[in-house]
Design a protein around this ligand. Structure first.
Ligand code: ABU
Length: 359
């Protein structure tokens, strides 16, 4: 596994893809800078503890290299006043079979984040002659990639209007070029489900479809007004069992596809964490409670205070490993977000022999 680091993470400088505003914590919109040291130290402590838990299970844990995320970065097309960090490697990298793919990303602050992982990827590539190392086309991220004045207009809509926009994928990204975050992809063997979101557009899904011709690549949406990554919404637990954030309704056609292929859809337990209780400068939701890391078909790592989630998984027959992790949320996610599984045992399976509608 690769496990991220909190060091040097920034509240990033303003950019068109994202709107950040935490006036009560000293970061009103437009203000950027390093996340305070006390938050970074607390997150690193939990990350290091998680690394030890994984190692105690015989898992090799590799860590990325932090770089100076406070630096201004530019391409011939734009200049961005800061980078972000390297805590959620899941956003940047995905392993499919013997391939590691670097995602396009769509934040200018994250355009260069792949550099943190290059030493690791290079070492895997040299060690394994069968490994495929791929990078999706680096996007230009000119203003043409973003809808102008999207955020104030979108925030003025009510929930129903926002969900209509989500379902139509009429969000901040245009279709000027393929864009996706790796964490919007969830793997169910031969089927890859890709969430259309604030960070993934239809062109990105189309690129993935052409890139993985041996897989079935499906674009999906959920009733989440701020969709960013699928891994706290639709989470495979083991063959035939998927965990669903019931608050974020799935498309009926997706539900039917799973049911007709004999999958059980289990609603996740309500989070113990509340919106008010989230750590400072956190841009994730309490649904990180279901952002679990599966170590195999019988074993899952779950945030240690998410008692209801742990009980649910215990009842479903899993060995549950509690891992304290809420301090990491500020840095971009939970147990799944913070990791990339580089190597797993097993072979490619087709879990969906029956077709349905567009699936
Ligand atoms: N990858 C983080 C997802 C967080 C959320 O959906 O609430």
């Amino acid at each position: 596994m690769i496990l991220g680091r909190a060091d040097g993470t920034m509240v990033q400088a303003p950019e068109p893809a994202v709107h950040r505003s935490w006036p009560e914590d000293g970061f009103p919109h437009g203000v950027y800078g390093p996340i305070p040291d006390d938050l970074t130290a607390a997150a690193n402590e939990q990350l290091d503890n998680f690394a030890e838990i994984l190692r105690s299970r015989g898992i090799r844990v590799d860590r990325p290299e932090s770089i100076d995320f406070s630096q201004r970065v530019s391409t011939p097309d734009w200049t961005q006043d800061s980078m972000f960090g390297c805590m959620p490697p899941r956003d940047v990298l995905i392993t499919v079979g013997n391939e590691i793919l670097e995602a396009t990303m769509c934040y200018r602050s994250r355009w260069f984040e792949y550099l943190c992982y290059r030493p690791l990827i290079d070492s895997y590539y040299r060690a394994d002659p069968d490994m495929r190392w791929e990078a999706a086309p680096k996007p230009r991220l000119t203003d043409a990639s973003y809808k102008k004045d999207f955020w104030p207009e979108y925030e003025s809509l009510d929930f129903a209007q926002q969900i209509a926009r989500v379902r139509a994928n009429d969000l901040v990204l245009t279709e000027a070029e393929p864009l996706f975050d790796a964490a919007d992809i969830v793997r169910f063997g031969k089927d890859l489900f890709v969430q259309l979101s604030m960070v993934t557009n239809r062109s990105g899904v189309d690129w993935l479809r052409r890139h993985f011709p041996s897989h079935r690549v499906h674009a999906v949406t959920f009733a989440n007004a701020h969709p960013v990554h699928i891994d706290a919404t639709w989470v495979p637990l083991r063959p035939g069992l998927v965990l669903h954030c019931g608050e974020r309704e799935a498309e009926p056609e997706l539900v039917e596809y799973f049911k007709m292929n004999d999958w059980e859809i289990v609603p996740a337990a309500p989070p113990t964490m509340t919106w008010d209780g989230l750590p400072r400068l956190c841009f994730c939701s309490p649904w990180l409670s279901m952002n679990i890391l599966s170590l195999g078909p019988d074993t899952v790592c779950v945030e240690a205070s998410e008692v209801a989630q742990m009980e649910l998984l215990d009842k479903l027959g899993f060995e549950v490993i509690p891992v304290p992790f809420w301090d990491v949320a500020t840095f971009g996610g939970g147990l799944h977000c913070s990791t990339v599984d580089v190597h797993r045992e097993g072979t490619l399976q087709d879990y969906f022999p029956r077709r349905h509608g567009r699936f």
